[in-house]
Write a protein that binds this ligand. Sequence first.
Ligand code: ZN
Length: 271
Amino acid sequence: MAGDRLFRYIVVAAAALIVGACIGLAAAPLPPVPEGGADRDTLFQVSTIDALLQGTYDGSMTFDELARHGDFGIGCGDRLDGELIGVDGEWYLIRVDGRAYPVAGNATTPFAVATFFDSDMTVPIDAPMNLTALESRVQAELPSKNLFYAIRVDGTFPHLVTRSVPAQEKPYPRLADVTANQTVFTFENVTGTAVGFWTPALAKGVNVPGYHLHFITGDRTAGGHVLDMVLAEGTVQVDTTTNFTMALPASGDFWTVDLSGDLSGDLEQVE
Ligand code: ZN
């Protein structure tokens, strides 16, 4: 009967819709909303790299406040006192002695970038590679060159070089003059995690176009701003981030620093 057949079609179509909806839900679960209702796919940034390059080193946001915007990130300490790294919700400053110190919640940062890390893509590392090769390998997988990506590398590193810088006194020197006297640390056969971001060219002057990575050892005792590395084996996870929020300092040197110029030359020196 035509009516029976039509009924069977409706039942089959309805079942297909329900199954499809369930598969869809299983494949793309909605991430839990963090406390405070912050969007997990937002890159949150304090101040701008060009302000930092010109010596705007006074902290403008507490680490307690920063942690409301992410469980993962990088930056630096007040007065440039240490390289900041946040991983799995734990935030550390790698000071000029190379050691990792848990941040005090009421201490401040002059420049930081944070997000809630939810891996969207894993890049398998099937052979040892140096930093340049690793960066090319990951960059080839990025779906667009116009988005922000949080990058997490967990692995074993036969060779890894980091740096940190000491706290600065006013009048603050430019960042390029500070990093000219940076302290460099070399790790051999270390396990740990590199945390950072790939920033699109559209954010030039605001953040560091391309890669910016910080490192912390597996036992969370040492690390710094990554200058070089060889990754023997490990995983690279990438979190695509489509929203971007900036918190500009509400007072201080930021209000008067000249941000109209092109500081690409300075950036090249400090990275
Ligand atoms: Zn850095």
